[in-house]
Design a protein around this ligand. Structure first.
Ligand code: MD5
Ligand code: FE
Length: 210
């Protein structure tokens, strides 16, 4: 389902088995050398989601290899299997066997939402590359708000994201404002290994080296 040019929603793309594998991998990262934590914003705010990063560590508003705000350790290596999953995601979303060619994501942001967590409308512009972002959802459903490239307000489209859904943001949609105004507790599938809450994994290309 194309929501806007370059923005494609593929419901139920991840098999249950793949969702289980991702939950296990995220548990490992969340309890690794860089623990999952609530990101602090420079203005003094604290994000309601909890985040752990892979490959590069995101801290508003830049990427580093070490987690200065979460113990200082180096973040986990970005695994090849996750980059391959990203390429397969682009092929599926854009229905083009070549859509994944050359796509080499080097960071993943893993966000965990409890029933009260939300994400305000924002753009993702800390990456130096404008390659697509691949978003994978597991667990409780949410309302995902996909907006315009000009401001946080209308027009926007609300999309229900469920466990196993894929969303790709590329082309003109890469810099669209977006957010998560609500999560729907109790709508997940315990067979994923996630008893409650929502997990969102975004694969990105930072455009950084080193
Ligand atoms: C989430 N995550 O469900 C959302 C969905 C984030 C974030 O927004 O920054 O971690 S992923 C939606 C997204 C991510 C990156 C770029 C664009 C959309 N976009 O260009 O529209 O936790
Ligand atoms: Fe975002």
């Amino acid at each position: 389902v194309t929501v806007a040019p370059g923005a494609v929603h593929v419901p139920d793309w991840l098999s249950l088995e793949r969702q289980r594998e991702l939950v296990t991998a995220c548990r490992g990262w969340a309890t690794g050398p860089v623990p999952m934590r609530h990101t602090r914003l420079p203005g003094g705010g604290v994000m309601s989601v909890r985040t752990v990063c892979v490959g590069w560590h995101w801290q508003p508003y830049r990427y580093t290899r070490t987690a200065a705000d979460a113990g200082g350790a180096r973040v986990a290596e970005f695994p090849d299997w996750l980059a391959e999953l990203g390429r397969r995601a682009l092929v599926a979303a854009y229905q083009d066997p070549a859509a994944g060619d050359g796509y080499d994501p080097d960071t993943a942001l893993v966000n965990f939402y409890d029933g009260r967590a939300t994400m305000g409308m924002h753009q993702d512009r800390d990456e130096r590359s404008r390659a697509p972002v691949v978003s994978l959802s597991i667990g409780d459903s949410c309302v995902f708000r996909f907006g315009n490239t000009e401001n946080r307000g209308r027009p926007y489209t609300d999309v229900e994201l469920r466990s196993g859904d894929l969303f790709v943001f590329g082309g003109p949609s890469r810099l669209a404002y977006h957010g998560v105004p609500r999560v729907r507790p109790g709508t997940g599938n315990p067979a994923t290994g996630l008893a409650g809450g929502r997990l969102n994994i975004t694969l990105r290309v930072t455009g950084l080296t080193g």
